[in-house]
Design a protein. Structure first.
Length: 412
């Protein structure tokens, strides 16, 4: 049997080793960032202050809302002591100091948070929000610019734009001074204005970005669709014409259809050709078969259904008056009695203008199809649609290919 003194020495030595180990571990944990993955196993083992687990931080923050801002402040001060390298704990403390109106300490704490997490989008946005609450716009904007200057933080761009919107800064200042001058930021900003339905800001951003080559197809399409839906088709058409004039100078001078020969790659705009994807129809620009120029547009039906097709179209604004439309068409083994037609109508009602051209079926070489019509007053938007009506025949599944090219719409 072990001697009692020896046993006591062994026990004391073991206890001392354990205490040394715990002390070293406590020292290590206290210098960890509690938000880091490395710290979580220790915290889960009960070696961190449980009140600062991520799921508890929100509950602590509610103390100010529930009338106990001092309790919240004391908790977050303890959090900073336990994790002085954590940007999140400093940001928590900053907001707690703000809640008790100690604004100097709030600013100090957020400055420490920015030092600890200089590239963290969450910290940057929390800093911007604090400075906004303090009324210091000169410090808000730099935080937003840091977010917008990092392409890896693009998922936070919309939040940054929302803060710009809350600041109420003039749009020309935002464009000239406050946002980085690159296509990703400008296109995202333009889309943001359409989402929050700020027409003046959206138009100003488009003009700025377009003149500097900083708008992409997606943002362009969002803008013109937004203006059309906002009953501003005339304004949208005017802006589109300024853009299109550099590519197709004859647009709205000798031809009121844009890209009527399908010479240009299609862009995302209601005023260019829109092609919605369907499983049973292959519709695309075709450089292999054309009447003139470098391309035409082909629509191939797979022969498995009585397809009613309305998925290729463009919009335009037409003044009242007489117009003449013409298109060149070619077919290859198009079945049934209903082939491709051109449908021209006032969008979306079809109440005042509803024109269908003749169709072509079977196999036929290039042929011109024409139609004349009058646009009455009161029509805001006209749609030109490459379409096919469903057939009433028993054998009504459509197959084969139709090509369209050299589409022209002129005033008479």
């Amino acid at each position: 049997m072990m001697n009692v003194k020896v046993a006591r020495r062994v026990t004391g030595l073991a206890t001392g080793i354990v205490l040394l180990a715990v002390g070293a571990l406590e020292l290590r944990i206290n210098h960890m960032n509690f938000d880091s993955p490395d710290a979580q196993p220790y915290c889960n083992a009960g070696l961190c202050a449980s009140q600062f687990f991520p799921e508890r931080v929100f509950e602590i923050a509610q103390k100010a809302t529930l009338g106990d801002p001092r309790g919240e402040l004391n908790d977050f001060r303890e959090g900073v002591k336990l994790s002085p390298a954590s940007a999140y704990r400093w940001a928590d403390l900053s907001e707690a100091e703000f809640n008790v109106r100690d604004y100097k300490r709030a600013e100090y704490a957020i400055s420490q948070a920015l030092k600890a997490g200089p590239r963290s989008p969450v910290i940057l946005m929390r800093a911007a929000n604090l400075y906004f609450q303090l009324g210091d716009n000169d410090l808000v904007v730099p935080q937003l610019r840091k977010v917008l200057s990092d392409p890896g933080l693009n998922e936070y761009y919309e939040t940054a734009f929302l803060t710009y919107s809350r600041l109420g800064l003039p749009i020309d200042q935002i464009l000239r001074e406050d946002v980085p001058q690159n296509k990703t930021v400008m296109s995202s900003l333009l889309i943001f204005w359409t989402k929050v339905r700020k027409q003046d800001e959206a138009v100003a951003t488009w003009k700025w970005a377009s003149s500097r080559g900083l708008a992409d197809n997606e943002s362009m399409g969002k803008l013109f669709s937004f203006l059309n839906a906002s009953d501003q088709a005339g304004e949208a058409q005017h802006l589109w014409q300024d853009y299109a004039d550099k590519i197709e100078p004859e647009y709205r001078k000798s031809n009121w259809i844009y890209n009527g020969g399908f010479e240009s790659e299609l862009v995302s705009s209601p005023f260019d050709w829109n092609v919605d994807v369907r499983q049973d129809v292959d519709a695309r620009r075709d450089a292999n078969v054309k009447f003139s120029g470098t391309a035409a547009f082909s629509i191939r039906f797979n022969g498995e259904s009585n397809t009613a097709y309305h998925q290729t179209f463009q919009d335009t604004v037409l003044e009242p008056g007489k117009y003449r439309f013409s298109v060149m068409m070619k077919t290859d083994h198009v079945t049934t009695d209903e082939g491709v037609k051109i449908h021209i109508f006032d969008f979306p009602s079809q109440a005042k203008l509803n024109i269908w051209t003749d169709t072509m079926t079977g196999t036929q070489d290039w042929k011109q199809i024409s139609a004349s019509f009058t646009v009455p007053p009161g029509i805001k938007l006209v749609r030109i649609e490459i379409a096919r009506m469903s057939s009433v025949m028993i054998d009504n599944h459509i197959g084969g290919t139709t090509w369209v090219d050299a589409m022209v719409l002129r005033r008479e």
